[in-house]
Design a protein around this ligand. Sequence first.
Ligand code: HEC
Ligand code: HEC
Length: 153
Amino acid sequence: MMNKHFRLTLATLTAVVLSVGCATSYDKLAYEKVQSMRGTDVSAADATFDAKNYLGKKPGQQPLVARTFNGQPPVIPHTLDNFDEITLEDNQCVECHGLARYKEKNAPKMADSHFQDQKVAMTRWQCNTCHVPQVDAVPLVKQNFVGNPGSKL
Ligand code: HEC
Ligand code: HEC
């Protein structure tokens, strides 16, 4: 028959073995390498990237860029260099793409969805939340998006 003292020692020993075991497997988990989608260590500081110039010359000098899916806001093919910021009163984009002067400017008219009672809807005022200029850059993350290059709307 085990005496009281022996039983206590056995219980303590079991507890120690168990906790060491847990601690070891916990450490193993903690040291499994976690990586960002770009393959860098998540705890490493972000590397600075090369600033690139936007592609495109002055408006009126290049073809439109084919859309890659239905409902895509077309990308901006021309440069935006030297354009003023969009403010509550001023919007140079509208000067060329709005109803009043698009013909004379030889610019594509903004889509009908952008107007409310012949005026630019305020939800469409900040053009560059949806329309973006282009740079020639390698995708940051490998991806296999093909799209539907024949799309118009
Ligand atoms: C001086 C006139 C002018 C200004 C200002 C201008 N654009 Fe353009 N935009 C054009 C012309 C002309 C085109 C046709 C492509 C070309 O020749 O560059 C065009 C093309 C586009 C297209 C492509 C449309 C399509 O169907 O593919 C988008 C989008 C666009 N512009 C958005 C903008 C935005 C946003 C701004 C303001 C930041 C802006 N544009 C300012 C004249 C202008
Ligand atoms: C909320 C997103 C959004 C905003 C903001 C927006 N657009 Fe668009 N734009 C679109 C989408 C999406 C299309 C594709 C046609 C459609 O679905 O309405 C489009 C189409 C266009 C086109 C091509 C017209 C055609 O025939 O398809 C021009 C030009 C254009 N937008 C200019 C502008 C300008 C200039 C502004 C700012 C005054 C602007 N857009 C603001 C989403 C937006």
